[in-house]
Design a protein around this ligand. Structure first.
Ligand code: DQA
Length: 152
């Protein structure tokens, strides 16, 4: 069975394509998802793509990735926590309760931006961090997941 990978996106990423395109690029989240699906099919990953503007919904989604007695969980998580990167202990704690690899992803190079974006609560749990590669960062994260899971 293809390993399941959850790609989880935080607040305002539903506005990609319209939102500050000079910083985040012109691709929409839907076109990013389509590119990820094509790659996931190619390398044999079962992709689940999710976006929410709400911190609690993101925590619930990360907890769901753990699976339970009935449904199997995800093998790995790719997460762009967006603004919650810089504020959310709750998302860090939820990821800490997940056993598989976690890749933190940012479209922009947060280290070249305002000082408040330089600290990430999420990095303490991330196995890898990708920043500044734009929409391509999502595909790079999936390639890395494929490698970590023995699929590439
Ligand atoms: C972001 C960077 C964050 O600082 C910002 O709040 C976002 C998007 C990125 O993808 O570059 O919303 O995570």
């Amino acid at each position: 069975m293809a390993p399941r990978i959850d790609i989880i996106n935080g607040p305002n990423l539903n506005l990609l394509g319209q939102r500050e395109p000079d910083i985040y690029g012109s691709e929409t989240l839907a076109s990013i998802e389509a590119a990820c699906r094509a790659l996931a099919d190619r390398v044999g990953l079962d992709l689940h793509f999710f976006q929410s503007n709400h911190e609690g919904a993101l925590v619930d989604r990360i907890q769901a990735a753990r699976g339970d007695g009935k449904a199997p969980g995800a093998a790995g998580i790719v997460i762009n926590p967006a603004a919650y990167t810089h504020s959310s202990v709750a998302i860090l704690d939820a990821l800490a309760a997940f056993d598989g690899p976690v890749i933190e992803l940012h479209l922009s190079n947060v280290h070249r931006r305002e000082a408040f974006r330089h600290h990430s609560y999420i990095s303490a749990r991330a196995d890898a961090v990708i920043a500044g590669c734009g929409a391509q960062g999502y595909e790079l994260a999936l390639w890395r997941m494929a490698r970590l899971l023995g699929r590439a």
